[in-house]
Design a protein around this ligand. Sequence first.
Ligand code: G1P
Length: 280
Amino acid sequence: MKAVIPAAGLGTRLLPATKAQPKEMLPVYDKPTIHYVVEEALKAGIDDIMIVTGRNKRSIEDYFDKSHELEYTLQKAGKDRDLKKVRKITDLADICYVRQKDLKGLGDAVLAAERHVGDEPFAVLLGDSIVKCNSCTGHLVDVFEKYQKSTIAIREVPNEQVNKYGIISGSEIDDDIYKISKLVEKPEIGQAPTNLAIAGRYVLTPDIFDKIKETEAGFNDEVQLTDAISKLDEVYGVNYHGKVFNIENRIGWLTSSIDFALDDDEFKDDLIEYMKTFMD
Ligand code: G1P
């Protein structure tokens, strides 16, 4: 299976931090956001990855590319540990890139990968969200194998946040597995059918490409992936209980950095000590 990582959006919610760098390159603790996303695809056994980029996103390609100068300098300085870190990034996966020409929405960004994906089911991992711990995509792939229909990750969000997400409704046919009957992109608060939000991870059948082509601009005047998915005949949802960080907003970005820093024994205690100073 191949994976598509849409990473073309402007990141306006994080301006000015994203004025001259992609939001997907913002560091979360000690790595850029997109590094975590690629790692999740690899954990799911997917190493053929297409990243959908746009203008001003070249640093994503540079990040996963070999840096001869840097490697030479580190080698000469005897900084073997750093050299190893840098080389590991290049060896992570087989990544190729396509540019979304106009920013016409997530559906349109996924469509840009059509030729690379071909006629096979594929995974989509949004490049600006990090799903922590076990591989959410890996689990989606397992569920997809069972039903052979498009399968998306969902999670419960507070009722006052439903307008920030795609929201689904449907019936729970097995533990945490939903047969989806309705999908709506960013409904108004009070009008959402449930509080089950699309979590930015999908395994889609290739007929989604034709559905995207049939989809008119929707929310925010963009071609929404959610609207195209709702045109598919059968779709399943997997309720994911782990942590999901949306890097595209300030609180998501900040809390993700703290969360990952707390996993690092070298800095954990110092960070906790610092945070305690706010409790007094
Ligand atoms: C996108 C999707 C939305 C989904 C969300 C998850 O929205 O369109 O359905 O719930 O990602 O993060 P965005 O956050 O890019 O506006």
